[in-house]
Design a protein around this ligand. Sequence first.
Ligand code: ADP
Ligand code: ASP
Ligand code: MG
Length: 405
Amino acid sequence: MRQVVVHKYGGTSVASPARIKRVCRRIASVARNHPVVVVVSAMGHTTDRLIELARKVSPAPPARELDALTANGETITAPLVAMCLQALGVPAISLTGLQAGVRTSGHHSKARIMGIETQRIKAELDAGRVCVVAGFQGFTESMEITTLGRGGSDTTAVALAAVLGARVCEIYTDVDGIYSADPRVVVRPRKIEYISYEEMLELAAVGARVMHPRAVEIGELYGVDVHVRSSFKKGTGTMIVAQVPMEDRNRVRGVAHESNVAKITVRGVPDKPGVAAALFEPLGAASISVDVIVQNVGVTGATDITFTVAEDELPQAVALVQRANREIGANEVLSSGGLAKLSIVGTGMLGTPGIAARMFKTLAEQKINIEMISTSEIRITCLVDRARAEDGVRALHTAFDLDQQ
Ligand code: ADP
Ligand code: ASP
Ligand code: MG
């Protein structure tokens, strides 16, 4: 079969009938020469609206029903795009996650793709039809509907590109590429031509919502390059690739922030083997990600452990930690929200001394207090007051010479 082309169109790109028509004209021109798979998101802010609707009828909507609800956003877009293509004379068919064979784990609202059964898509492509797949959704072994987490249509697209042997996955969005910071926060961000999977994964994981982190991970694993580009403007965007050209390497590449952050402190934890596991295992089992973790040096046989979780998972996390706490016999569990993570990312950090100091000094000059710090080889993250996070992003962007001249 000829090279399959995979395009993904985000919510803004399919927000109205006029935009759907525009997207379809682009797809039609590619479909003349290639088998095409198109992955679509929900129109505009549909997913937000569905979640709001759920909260109006239930204070804590059960995860299963929430997935069954939110998956509908994408289920609506796919047939609209397929019928628009057909109206343009392009043979096309819409497929839900189930029809497209997207098998996932059972973690509602953050399911992971376990595999894709491609027979149906391959048969449709062989029959000369464009496959328009509803992104973000999948199904479990027991035929439950799942979703992949906010922004998850990117992951559907890259996973399909991987299993169909596409070399590149084109992510069409409302920005013309990856920038050194969110263009909604920084006035003169710099557009990045090439970025490594590694750097993009770190940026996405700490708040650069332009790409879903799992999509980057799958791209790296299966060697699919990801081209992030505008569905509104012509021209190339950013390539997410394994190797970036030499001159793009040696610097801090980007600044990102994540606002949905809360912290939990467990005081007076007995300083002995096994307690950290006892605390964190229940959180892992409930699929709650724990992030920046700080354990103080033990004094008189006891220690304090502080860590962060997403603020919208704080009540569940606190309940689990309190239960574990009763078993390990710690003193008390404290928690607070209203925090944000501020991060700088770049492979150029490796072997460049003074980067951390420059970050801390910049935040001090802005009178932004650092509550916790975590690092990887190519990232430094500071936990700060949420109200100051965007000021911090702007100050760091300037301090690391990222402002576009
Ligand atoms: P889509 O609906 O197409 O998936 P998203 O809203 O998920 O689009 O992602 C695009 C948005 O990501 C942009 O409008 C931008 O505000 C935001 N964004 C955050 N960080 C970055 C960054 N470093 N570079 C580009 N865009 C970013
Ligand atoms: N519609 C989903 C969301 O808004 C998934 C996506 O757009 O990628 O998060
Ligand atoms: Mg997105």
